[in-house]
Design a protein around this ligand. Structure first.
Ligand code: HEC
Ligand code: HEC
Length: 272
């Protein structure tokens, strides 16, 4: 009964506006230009995007997210806090010292005894290493720095550790992903595992991969974090969103990073 109701709910959403192309993403899988956005049966959201959106991402001069990258670069060498240090004081040139970090978060932090994502790692350095105030989640400086750091890993395959002390987060994230929630009684997996490649209203459902975050969304007219996107997807199914940076969303982020393993970091991505 319940399963039937869920299928009906998803179908109702998927069929809400049936667009003419009821088919695969708008690209030829054999197109060599798409090869670096595909790993086995995993496809980056890039392969589902309109050609104009892809073109914006392809060209750093056209990509609006580069504005934030520029801000991040300035902040990198800005001295702040009681220790009188900048990021550069300890980490030198980001292009040399941050070339892989973005591909390996979220990660278990032995000092904190919990899994932290990149935003939280940056804030730990601010509060503990610099004696500076933490940046608020989704604030301009945190978005800028996260994007700047993660972009240094562009082209590096996503790879995260999900066993050992990280296992409880991974398990919680996976459970979240398959759990029905909200008034529509729908799970993340219903859309991004069962129905990718199909249209839902005006949008083409992707596999919900995370290798391009933070992302510039045309709909937002600005850069946004993965947690903002998660909250949006939660609202989409009329489920209560969790606070950005919460245990639930970091756990989900770890699970999503594991799903995206093998895809290359493409931060900053551009999406509709
Ligand atoms: C009712 C269908 C639906 C559900 C359920 C849903 N999403 Fe989405 N999601 C979308 C749509 C539509 C988009 C925008 C197009 C696309 O990339 O699929 C999207 C985009 C995303 C993206 C961005 C992909 C990219 O390439 O930028 C992520 C990540 C994502 N969703 C994660 C989730 C998570 C996590 C959940 C569960 C909390 C979830 N979604 C539940 C419909 C859904
Ligand atoms: C006083 C020195 C110091 C300063 C200043 C500092 N950090 Fe760190 N940072 C560290 C240390 C030490 C580690 C390693 C921590 C660990 O592994 O437990 C680290 C780790 C990191 C990592 C994770 C790297 C990885 O491969 O896991 C990132 C990202 C990072 N810092 C970013 C920043 C940013 C951004 C700033 C400025 C806002 C900053 N740090 C300022 C000392 C510093």
């Amino acid at each position: 009964m319940r399963a039937a109701r869920t299928i009906l709910a998803v179908l109702a959403l998927v069929l809400a506006v049936r667009s003419p192309a009821w088919a695969d993403p708008p690209f030829d899988p054999k197109d060599p230009a798409m090869a670096k956005y595909i790993s086995g049966d995993k496809r980056s959201g890039y392969t589902f995007a309109e050609p104009e959106t892809r073109a914006m991402q392809d060209d750093d001069f056209m990509n609006p997210a580069m504005l934030w990258v520029g801000k991040g670069e300035t902040l990198w060498s800005t001295v702040e806090g009681s220790a009188g240090k900048s990021c550069a004081s300890c980490h030198g040139k980001a292009e040399e010292t941050m070339t892989t970090a973005g591909a390996h978060y979220p990660k278990y932090d032995a000092g904190e005894r919990k899994v932290v994502n990149l935003e939280q790692r940056i804030n730990l350095c601010r509060s503990q290493a610099m004696g500076a105030a933490e940046w608020k989640y989704e604030s301009e400086p945190l978005l800028a720095m996260t994007t700047y750091v993660k972009m240094q890993s562009r082209g590096v395959p996503v790879s995260v550790v999900v066993d050992g002390p990280a296992a409880p987060w991974f398990d919680a994230g996976r459970r979240f992903y398959y759990e029905r929630r909200g008034l529509n009684d729908v799970a993340c997996a219903h859309c991004h595992v069962d129905h990718w490649g199909q249209h839902i209203r005006t949008e083409l459902l992707s596999q919900g991969m995370t290798n391009g975050f933070p992302t510039y969304r045309l709909k937002w007219q600005k850069l946004g974090s993965l947690h903002r996107r998660m909250a949006g997807c939660n609202e989409e199914i009329r489920a209560e969103p969790y606070p950005l940076g919460s245990f639930e969303y970091v756990a989900l982020e770890l699970y999503l990073a594991w799903r995206a393993q093998g895809l290359l970091v493409e931060t900053p991505s551009v999406r509709k």
